[in-house]
Write a protein that binds this ligand. Structure first.
Ligand code: IPE
Ligand code: IPE
Ligand code: MG
Length: 248
């Protein structure tokens, strides 16, 4: 797969790959005097809408951060609610995704998930593996540093001593997907929180104060419009870009 630091990626009006940190569920609930977990429930609805909106907009890959390697630090009650919600989504929503030709993948470490969740993940991936529509990747127990380390581990196990960018990139969890063109973080924080560290080298970053459960079609359109106004130079000068890609 092409790497933005090795070759210049193809320019498209609609981002081919959007990566999202779905943040702000807890605050959404708190504002309404509801328990935090209600925010997560509504967050799952927002994800369902987001998938539909991405399909309608012509996005090919959607990668969402559902649970970070650091989120295990949360209160046990919240963690177990999130696990329950994940399992429920795997069991119920995947069928609908399959009907819509969506390929589902889960990236992250499986070590801390219970057997039921692991089975649910395997079943969801197997059911949708041959689908040719949007690829929805759910990052769960995922961390960008963990991803880079596991890629290095695989290379070492294969006896590889001559490690290059291409070889490492190919062993990352998203090794066969184009790098994200657009990164969206809702909830107002302006940080990456250990999401796709390697792959975001040249992603356009978009931060919004909208809380994830409120992120709707209009909000996605605004993010895409912002993306379309960016001049993606990949190290070159503005003058070197084709005329239709110059923005100033
Ligand atoms: C994001 O929402 C969802 C997960 C991390 C699972 P938060 O739960 O982080 O919501 P805030 O940031 O507390 O509002
Ligand atoms: C990042 O959100 C992870 C997910 C959305 C799953 P957090 O809310 O956990 O991030 P921090 O801790 O505020 O950086
Ligand atoms: Mg948060």
């Amino acid at each position: 797969m092409n790497s933005s630091t090795q070759t210049i990626p193809q320019h498209t009006q609609i981002p081919q790959h959007i990566a999202v940190i779905m943040d702000g569920n807890g605050r959404w609930a708190k504002k309404r005097f509801l328990p935090r977990v209600m925010g997560h429930k509504r967050g799952l609805d927002a994800l369902e809408n987001m998938v539909r909106n991405c399909v309608e907009s012509g996005v090919r890959y959607l990668t969402v951060f559902a649970f970070s390697t650091e989120n295990w630090r949360r209160p046990e009650e919240e963690v177990s609610f999130l696990m329950g919600l994940f399992l429920q989504a795997l069991q119920k929503q995947v069928k609908r995704l399959h009907e819509n030709n969506i390929r589902v993948r889960v990236i992250g470490s499986r070590e801390r998930f219970n057997e039921e969740i692991c089975r649910g993940i395997a079943a969801a991936e197997a059911l949708t593996a041959a689908n040719t529509g949007l690829t929805l990747t759910i990052a769960a127990d995922y961390g960008g540093r963990w991803d880079i380390l596991q890629a290095v581990g695989k290379l070492m196990a294969a006896g590889e001593t001559d490690i290059s960018e291409e070889k490492l990139a190919a062993h990352l969890m998203l090794g066969d997907a184009p790098e994200p063109d657009l990164f969206i973080r809702t909830g107002g924080e302006t940080r990456i929180s250990n999401f796709l560290l390697w792959q975001m080298a040249y992603a356009e970053l978009y931060f919004t104060d909208i809380l994830w459960p409120d992120f709707d079609r209009k909000a996605l359109d605004a993010a895409i419009a912002s993306f379309q106004n960016r001049e993606r130079r990949f190290g070159r000068t503005s003058e070197q870009l084709p005329q239709d890609q110059q923005r100033s």
